[in-house]
Write a protein that binds this ligand. Structure first.
Ligand code: SF4
Length: 222
């Protein structure tokens, strides 16, 4: 079996509660969504088999113990992802999935070999595409069998209603799951008042809410 892989590289995690953790990133090609703020949708890919991907991962320099699957949407290639995650667990590595939190049936096929799931809630007022609340709820119920946190991108257009809805779903599934509010990098300077209001509102519903910027854009690393 071969996967469509856009790039494999060593860096630090730029987002969420594991920010600054050294990781090797495997970026899978293609995505099932079209968020208006997207800057990570891959443009090209190479077809690689499992041995080639493992060989590239283990040739990365630097101190790392964790492999992050990113995209695009890695779960679009869930069969390969399952084989890769299993191989990495056999080699005692930590596996970390970045996902848009929609493909729950695909997650079920991989979850046994995942350690950490960084799941997006795609807020319709931020993405300017349709809402996925029911799918996010189902996905989160499955994801919380492992360590999971939720990230929501806040833009100039984000509505409070979407933040309240997000916190409500987390409360319903497991109120201790972290909600990360991540400001859209381009408009970050104008968003602090809004972020503070959203944080306070969400904290009225669930206990763990953090505003965390995109680190790698600030320090200009990949
Ligand atoms: S889910 Fe992620 S990769 Fe896909 S379009 Fe949205 S931001 Fe881009």
């Amino acid at each position: 079996m071969k996967a469509k892989v856009s790039e494999i590289f060593y860096s630090i995690q730029g987002e969420g509660i594991y920010q600054a953790t050294p990781q090797v990133f495997v970026r899978f090609w293609d995505c099932n969504l079209d968020c208006c703020f997207c800057d990570t949708k891959p443009e090209s890919y190479k077809e690689m088999d499992l041995d080639q991907v493992l060989s590239s991962i283990f040739s990365q320099q630097g101190f790392w113990d964790c492999v992050a699957f990113t995209g695009g949407e890695p779960l679009l290639q869930h069969e390969f992802l399952r084989d890769l995650s299993r191989a990495l667990k056999q080699r005692r590595k930590t596996t970390y999935l970045e996902t848009n939190g929609i493909l729950v049936e695909e997650l079920k096929k991989v979850i046994d070999y995942l350690d950490i799931i960084a799941m997006d809630f795609k807020l319709p007022s931020s993405t300017k595409i349709s809402d996925f609340w029911d799918k996010h709820r189902d996905f989160l119920k499955e994801a919380c069998k492992k360590e999971v946190f939720v990230k929501a991108v806040v833009t100039a257009f984000t509505d409070e209603e979407d933040i309240v809805k997000s916190a409500g779903i987390i409360k319903e599934v497991n109120q201790n799951i972290f909600l990360v509010l991540q400001p859209d990098f381009i408009h970050e300077a104008f968003l602090w008042g809004k972020l503070a209001e959203f944080k306070e509102k969400a904290e009225g519903i669930i206990p763990n809410v953090q505003i965390i910027k995109q680190l790698h854009k600030h320090i200009k690393v990949k």
